[in-house]
Write a protein that binds this ligand. Sequence first.
Ligand SMILES: O=C(O)CCC(=O)C(=O)O
Ligand SMILES: [Fe+2]
Length: 285
Amino acid sequence: MEPKCACKGIRTCLACENFKPKEPPCSGVHKFNEQGPQKKYIYCDSCKKAWLPSGEEGIGQHPNHIGQSIEFLGIEMIRDFVTEEEEVWLREEVDKTPWVDSQSGRRKQDYGPKVNFKKRKLRMSVFSGMPSLSRMLVDRMSLHSVLDGFIPVELCNLEYTPERGSSIDPHFDDFWIWGDRLVTLNLLSDTVHTMTMDSLPDVEVAVVLPQRSLIVVGGDARYKWKHGIHRFDITSRRLAMTFRELPSAYLTGGEHADVGAELIKRSLTFNGVAVGAGDSNKAEQ
Ligand SMILES: O=C(O)CCC(=O)C(=O)O
Ligand SMILES: [Fe+2]
């Protein structure tokens, strides 16, 4: 019997993959492979470099790293952004809203305008604002200089589990609708963002995300590198809360500043309810 899941096209999860025809090897789609590329660097947030592990010692301890490194700019990590008690509270609150099946074994909850990615148009009607539980997180973000002026107009909660084989393929978040900083709160388990560049097929950079940390992805990490999460880096249930801001075209002085102002007004009511299953507001990976 055909499995019930939300995967489309090349996406798969544990429920559907034995039923899908395998992609021909020449399909041109870059897929992670369990052996992976030859050069697997590990990112160090203290030196903003990614290091190539060598032998038993791996990459050594900052500041005494060993081996080769590459510059890796654009990531800011705020550890222990929430306490253990707050994490439990957030999980309980988030789980009160129904989850909607998504691609590659994920489930999601969306708060944000409906976006037509093909026509590059926004529809505000479904957007009632950020959910109330996010107010304390957004207030806390404003205490960090790296998030100066950050006003989210979208929150996407994603749930990953090993039982479903959840993952996310390497991708860029859209550039025309989302701004410079992608902000993710990583809850319930540690994981790894795997960064790749199509022009460097033998290179992968592992950015370890500790449980309860907040990661800000900007600069090169947002615009030059794709991000994704391997299935094998989901070891127990994980909840990611990703906040997105508007790009300059939607801010004061920009071409769509009027639309942007209305979105921001709605967002900051913190009265939002999740948009429905058919109203996805992001291009899905
Ligand atoms: O789960 C994550 O940390 C990242 C999710 C993501 O990249 C996305 O929703 O675009
Ligand atoms: Fe993304």
